[in-house]
Structure formats: structure tokens, C-alpha cells
Design a protein around this ligand. Structure first.
Ligand code: MSP
Length: 511
């Protein structure tokens, strides 16, 4: 059985910004971790190309929507390459395969008697592609997320009988493992307890969408279409896609990782749609916090985004990954601050981890003939060996709970403790006494061994930096062998050759 993880399918109204990179990096790190623990992973990402928002964006540019989508989707694909995202599937909702799956799914839902024609009236945010409550009924009411004035809609739409699934959805969300983190779960429980209302799944004024079969002038509502991207991604046979094929090849998803803005769609509407179609439900929906700038959500529509390409070329992807994964707790919002970013990278990666490696490898090279010391027997019960063992245990618990910030801090703390051990033991004083050479060998071996494990633990978080550490330690990591087993203490080979040290990351300068 595969472990299936998804990012949201991003709107192509503009190129990716740091918010979209954020979700994708988290998924990438989880996918890498799962693969290292021996699981088969299907990591799905992609783009959401239909709907009024995209139709308008294309029309403002005076290009046809498909040309616009091709252009922006290609930028997403290129960006994911530049950030070295390890996805297995990239979905485009304007593809024929996807359209086929949406039609097949719609037929199932219709056969369950869950579709009817009705009148849709309400205030709509084109940015969210969602009807909003407007309690004061004012025509200038703004969407709190996009700060844009809501539009009044009054049209005949097809409706989905969400209300029919009230008790099933209540049951589903009463399971504490389904929605994470728990504050988000409470919001959804509260929303569902007010009573679920049927929602419209077609539009009459949007030509840029999948046509509803047999109903003239109706296209599917963009969310009804996009959520199915997770399913169409899994279909293996591109020439002959089918729901059955996806069901047999990995559905349901183990985790949908999304921003908190789109939790309702994933934790309420989507499960109800799947129940109606007789399909299995995703096992978990994780709604992470927002990246903010000066307290406001960073977003394409608000125009306060940080250009990820600029950050990438200036600081490199390992620095940005570390900041986003280590400094922000997945459920919380995180403000991007330049000074804090520079300080964290310099302290954690350049000073604590980088210097530890460089100074120890230099000592080893100098005193032990450019090699790892040749020690007699490895001891598993030294202070450092025990500290490493505990770190590995905590790290695994944290990664399995999707607490990536805590897992990253576990690694950092191990590096801090290893530095303390080195400073306490002071091998540079002991080496002056010829009789102490074997103690010095043991100390240096322990520090190098701890550093090897630090490097391995960094592999899902900072793949390039981890590889650099491995190279500096004489390439001890064996890819074809179990990563988990290589986290055991004492595997660094005596007398392996250590190359001349070079910094694993350059120190960053303030702007
Ligand atoms: N197209 C829908 C999703 C359909 S999924 C079947 C959509 N797209 S979006 O382009 O607006 O992207 C939303 C997602 O991007 C958020 O849920 C979140 O994962 C990510 N982020 C967008 N802005 C973000 C921040 N400022 N901070 C963190 N993540 C953000 O909604």
C-alpha cells in the first residue's frame, strides 16, 4: 500500500509565491521521510486551472484561458524543479484525463440522487471561489482574506445534497485523527453543528470550466472539479483513465496538507462528495497556518508576496527550507522576517552544525592521518551515544506526528549537545600528552559519529546539506540500505578518509 500525500492544487491566476512553496516544501519533506522509512509514496501536487478567477485573469491579459494556463502551469512545473520537489504526480485540471474522471464521478453522485437544480443567491468572493456570509447585506462587504468587494449572484445552478450527509460528517470529524491541528478541528465541528446546507456545483456564467454533461450552458463549479484532481492524479493509465483505476492504485489519500483557508472544502464538502460516489475518504486533513507579512496573509491577490525565486537565488533552497520548516510550527501562522531569517541560518546551519563538522574533521585529519580515528570497539553507552539514541527516537515520533519543527529542533539540539561534549572534553589539550592519543581518538570518533547521524536526520529536511555532510565524512551513507538502520550508533568506519573540509553553507549577510 502506498502512502499518498497531496498539496492543494494551486490556482494559476499568477506564478507561485512563497505561500505555495511553503505547503509544497512541507509535503516534500514528509514524502522524503516516508520514502526513507521504506514506504512507497505517491506525492501529488499540481494546478487548479478552471473557474471565474482564471477566466477573468486571462481576459484581463487578452489571452485565451488555455494559453494563460499553459504559461503559468509551466512556471509552476519549472519552479518545482528549481526547488527540487520530489513529487510523483503533477495534475493539471485542464487535462482531458481529469475531465473524464470528473464526468465519471458526477455520474456516480447523480445516481445517488444527490443532484438537483435550484436557485443560487448569495455574495461571492471570486478570489476564494466561494459564497460568503454577509450578515449586514452591504454591497461593499469585503472578503476578509482577499480584501475584495463581494459580488452578488443570483442564478440557476445544480446543487449537491450536502445536508443528507450531516450525521456521517459529524461522525467523521468526531475522530480526532481526521482533522489536525485540534484548534482547526473545533472550527469545523462548530461549522457543521450549525447544520450543513446543500451547495451549488455548477455555474452558468463561467465558460472556462468542464461542461456539465446534458445540461446546456452549465460548467462545473471549480471546487467540484478541482478536488477530483487528487483522484485523477492517481489514475495510471493516461490513455484510459477511470475512477476504478485510481481506486485500485492508491486512493484514498493518507493526508491532504492544505492551508487553513480551504479546510471546509477538504474536511466537509469533499468527504461528503466521496461518500455520495461510494468512495473511500482521505485519512487526514491537516490545515496549516499562513505565512504572513506584517500580520496579513501573504497572497497573490493582496500583492504582498515574497518572490520565491529571489530568495532562492540569493540564499539557496536549503536556507529557505530550514527557516520555513524549523521556525514555524505547522499549525501556526509564521511571519517572514529578514533579520530573523539571516540569524537562524547563520546560528543553526553555519555555526552550530557547519562549524562542528569542520573543526572536528580538521582535528581528525591533523592528528589521525587525514582519516577517522582507528578506535578499539565502539561504546553504545557513552553520554553522546545515549543522547543520539534519544534524539533519533524523538525525531521519529515528531516526524510521524507531522511536527516537522520539533523534528528539526531535535537535530539542532543534538548538534548543540555534541558541541558541548567537544568543549567539555577539550581534545586539543589532551593531544599534547602522547599517552592520551587513544582517548582523543574516542572523543573525535564520537563527535564525528554524532555528526554523521545529524547529517542523516537532515536528509528529509535539507537533502543537499545532508549530502554535503556525508561527503565531508567520507561518504558513509549507503542509499540502497535501510536509512533507519543507519541511524544506529557506531557505524562510521574507522580509518575512512576525510576530505579537506569546506563550509557546508555560506554565512548570510544582512541586507
Ligand atoms: N485552488 C485552490 C485549492 C484547490 S485544492 C483541490 C486554492 N488555491 S490557492 O492557489 O489559493 O492555494 C491555496 C493554498 O496555497 C493554501 O491552502 C496554502 O496551502 C497555500 N498558501 C497560499 N497562501 C499562503 C500563505 N500566505 N501562507 C501559507 N500557505 C499559503 O485555494
Amino acid at each position: 500500500m502506498s502512502f499518498v500525500i497531496t498539496t492543494p492544487l494551486y490556482y494559476v491566476n499568477d506564478k507561485p509565491h512563497l505561500g505555495s512553496i511553503y505547503t509544497t516544501l512541507i509535503c516534500d519533506s514528509i514524502a522524503r521521510y516516508k520514502r526513507l522509512t521504506g514506504e512507497e509514496v505517491i506525492f501529488i501536487t499540481g494546478v487548479d486551472e478552471h473557474g471565474l478567477k482564471i477566466q477573468r485573469t486571462a481576459s484581463n491579459k487578452n489571452v485565451d484561458p488555455q494559453t494563460h494556463c499553459d504559461e503559468i502551469s509551466n512556471i509552476f512545473i519549472q519552479n518545482w524543479k528549481d526547488w527540487d520537489i520530489s513529487h510523483n504526480k503533477f495534475v493539471r485540471t485542464s487535462s482531458k484525463n481529469h475531465e473524464f474522471i470528473v464526468n465519471e464521478f458526477y455520474k456516480r453522485v447523480r445516481n445517488s440522487d444527490d443532484i438537483y437544480m435550484g436557485l443560487q443567491k448569495g455574495w461571492y468572493c471570486v478570489g476564494c471561489e466561494e459564497f460568503k456570509d454577509n450578515p449586514d447585506n452591504s454591497p461593499t462587504h469585503k472578503c476578509p482574506i482577499h480584501q475584495k468587494i463581494l459580488e452578488w449572484k443570483n442564478e440557476e445552478n445544480l446543487f449537491f445534497r450536502l445536508s443528507k450527509y450531516q450525521s456521517q460528517i459529524e461522525n467523521l470529524i468526531s475522530d480526532p485523527t481526521f482533522i489536525q491541528p485540534k484548534e482547526r478541528r473545533n472550527e469545523i465541528i462548530n461549522f457543521v453543528s450549525k447544520g450543513l446546507k446543500d451547495f451549488s456545483i455548477s455555474r452558468t456564467n463561467v465558460s472556462w470550466g468542464i461542461p456539465v454533461p446534458d445540461i446546456k450552458n452549465h460548467t462545473f463549479y471549480v471546487w467540484f472539479d478541482a478536488l477530483l484532481g487528487y483522484v485523477s492524479a492517481i489514475s495510471q493509465d493516461m490513455n484510459n483513465p477511470s475512477l476504478e483505476d485510481s481506486i485500485n492504485n492508491g486512493w484514498p489519500a493518507d493526508i491532504h496538507l492544505i492551508g487553513k483557508d480551504i479546510l471546509r472544502f477538504h474536511a466537509v464538502y469533499w468527504p461528503a462528495m466521496l461518500l455520495s460516489a461510494g468512495m473511500k475518504l482521505p485519512k487526514k486533513v491537516f490545515g496549516h497556518g499562513f505565512l504572513t507579512r506584517e500580520g496579513q496573509k501573504m497572497g497573490k491577490s493582496l500583492g504582498n508576496v515574497l518572490d520565491p525565486n529571489l530568495l532562492l537565488s540569493k540564499y539557496g533552497k536549503e536556507a529557505v527550507r530550514w527557516y520555513l520548516l524549523k521556525d514555524i510550527s505547522l499549525g501556526n501562522d509564521g511571519d517572514f522576517q529578514n533579520k530573523r531569517f539571516v540569524d537562524i541560518i547563520n546560528n543553526d546551519l553555519a555555526n552550530t552544525i557547519g562549524n562542528l563538522l569542520n573543526r572536528t574533521s580538521s582535528m581528525s585529519r591533523k592528528w589521525f592521518d587525514n582519516k577517522v580515528p582507528d578506535i578499539e570497539g565502539v561504546s553504545n553507552d557513552t553520554k553522546l551515544a545515549l543522547c543520539t539514541k534519544k534524539t533519533v527516537e524523538n525525531y521519529i515520533i515528531h516526524f510521524n506526528n507531522y511536527e516537522l519543527d520539533l523534528a528539526a529542533n531535535d537535530v539542532l539540539n543534538l548538534a548543540i549537545n555534541t558541541n558541548l561534549y567537544l568543549n567539555e572534553k577539550q581534545p586539543w589539550l589532551l593531544i599534547k600528552d602522547k599517552n592520551k592519543i587513544s582517548s582523543v581518538g574516542n572523543i573525535i570518533y564520537n563527535v564525528l559519529e554524532s555528526t554523521r547521524i545529524i547529517g542523516l536526520l537532515l536528509l528529509p529536511l535539507l537533502p543537499d546539506l545532508s549530502t554535503k555532510i556525508d561527503i565531508q565524512l567520507g561518504k558513509s551513507y549507503e542509499k540502497e540500505k535501510s536509512w533507519s538502520k543507519q541511524l544506529n550508533w557506531g557505524l562510521l568506519k574507522n580509518k575512512s578518509i576525510l576530505p579537506a573540509p569546506s563550509p557546508i553553507i555560506e554565512k548570510l549577510e544582512y541586507e
